[in-house]
Ligand binder design. Sequence first.
Ligand code: ADP
Ligand code: MG
Length: 714
Amino acid sequence: MGRPNSIGPPRILICVAGWVMGWGIAMRPEILNPLFAETEALKGVGASLSKPLTKLGLTRVVDLLFHLPTGLVERVPVEGLKMSDAGRTIIIELTPVDYKSGRSPRGPIRVHATDKGGDYVSLVYFGGNAGWVRKLLPLDEPKLISGKLESYGQELQIVHPDHVLALDEAASLPMREAVYPLSDGLTGKRMRQLAGMALERAPNLPEWIEPSLKAQRGWADWHDAIQAAHADPRDERARARLAYDEIFANQLALMLVRASSRKRRGRAIAGDGRLRDQLRLPYALTGAQRRVIGEIEGDLAQHVPMTRLVQGDVGSGKTMVALHALLAAVEAGFQGALLAPTEILARQHFATISAQVAGLPVNVAILTGRDKGRVRESTLMGLADGSIDILIGTHAIFQEAVSYKALGLVIVDEQHRFGVAQRMMLQAKAELPPHLLVMTATPIPRTLTLTHYGEMDVSRIDEMPPGRQTIRTSVMAHDRIPAVVDGLARHLSNGGQAYWVCPLVEENETSDRAAAEARFAALKARFGDRVGLVHGRMKGPEKDAVMDRFQRGEVAVLVATTVIEVGVDVPNATLIVIEEADRFGLAQLHQLRGRVGRGGGESNCLLIRSDAPLSETARARLALMRESNDGFRIAEEDLRLRGGGEVLGTRQSGEAGFRLANPDQVSALIQSATDDARLLVDRDGGLAGERGQAARVALYLFERDSAVSLLRSG
Ligand code: ADP
Ligand code: MG
């Protein structure tokens, strides 16, 4: 998922890195140094542990600190063995009475032991060494043993007792112990030791939380909170504080980006309307479109560069809003650039926009990774000498070789991965930073909007163009496919067009393609040349040719993988079939469904279930799709059903980089963290005061330090 949106140009990342380095990476506060030491610097951590630790991402002490336990073992001291205690972790006095090695030398070693009443239990060691076991558990010597009691047929056993102690060592055995997520080669005991060592290194940190908030929530100091969270995973209050810290650091970084970009002078763009007035649209703009265009014009007219997010559900008409903004820039003598996530979408925008401005003195060009040689050279020249007014393309438009004479406005369409780093880069790249508009149809729940775009102003296109019919969505079993194909035949004979979306098979392009090709062949056998195929592996020109034929109506059924997910606009296509719909995320289904319902006619979306039993969640998702056409409701629900899923095409928490805060905590705490961060930056933009200094520590602790460099430049 998200593959089609991936921005992926290493160039951009390098630019960002270079840019960050350019400002100089400010120094991490010394107090944090012990936490940023390598895990291997801890006592007893050698090569054998480094593999499992790396696998869990625990390469530094701070990673261990943030690797919080997920459960708790509670030991129950018992006098005698009881079948009814099976499943519990018990502490019991046992006396080994007999060793039994298995039939095969590789089998487990079993030690028979009895409790005080003479009842038996087997202590089982897999892969153990007999000599070691005999030494640990000498016959006839009572020991205090802790472990999880299990029933094995009629017998009781304890596999790998977690503690074997002499009777006088009882006091050293904790009644409760934290349970950590582990990986092969890392035992719970070792993990607890490592966490213990990391905790010993945890310093007392200065307080960055606003005092009244801290008091109101009853939160402890950071040091106590981290200790408490490791000691008992049920300590919600300690965890909430740690989650807040992380969210606060994220929001603070965004607010610093905002403050720094507000300080930069941009170019004020005041278009006189002479181009926009000549647009001949076949419809009137909706009120929402007009309002949002107005908001954008207001921003453009300022010297402060705009950073605005436009949210509008699929089909709400964002392209027209983009065109108005671009033309305003051109009227004022500037260039505008429109970045699309995929080649297909870039070509479509190019076609739409070129057609709209035909006859106007506006020169529109396209640049994608595919353009090479002479064509590319002349485009680059046109950009440099200013003869190109509007450039549309994929991320190629930001490559280093591309320089603009007077870039005034950048619009980023449907690019979920255009993260804060890229936005910072863009603001920093030009001498005078361009205005920035980000457009998204992924209806982002409010909490995500704040965590990802907290520094941006938000406009919503909350009204659909008139005359849109709602899309009728039905869910069908896999064995109904022949009937669906018959339905498709009727649809085509009435002059309709359709999409047929093939399942996403384990994020694997090759098998995606195989599925799509098989379906293509089957439909082609019935409908002949009216069937077209697009998938991600096709060569660009091939893809274009098929899309063009679909747009012109020569192809009536477009078989596709999710490459058509975003933006594609063919109003005459009023039927979409989505195979194995349960494999897709809700937000993605909503995007796909948004390919239809674009013209005046009634549209249908058929969601075909996989041939396997569905999970509760999958069932709930499909039911919601059937019930609702409201992208925002679907997005909120998606977030809830997945417990923080992939609304943005990446792991929800991954994108913002949250390690401690879970989605519920984010929802609960984001608003106060945002307000607090904004207030702090308003009052103490340089983070020079006492709380400001503490807040810097938080930025470094959560590795939002690139934001700190903004303080210096500011
Ligand atoms: P999205 O917001 O998903 O990018 P598009 O910009 O692709 O939506 O617009 C979807 C369709 O709606 C297009 O066919 C476009 O021509 C049409 N459209 C846009 N604005 C209006 C309007 N005000 N009235 C009627 N149709 C419109
Ligand atoms: Mg669009």
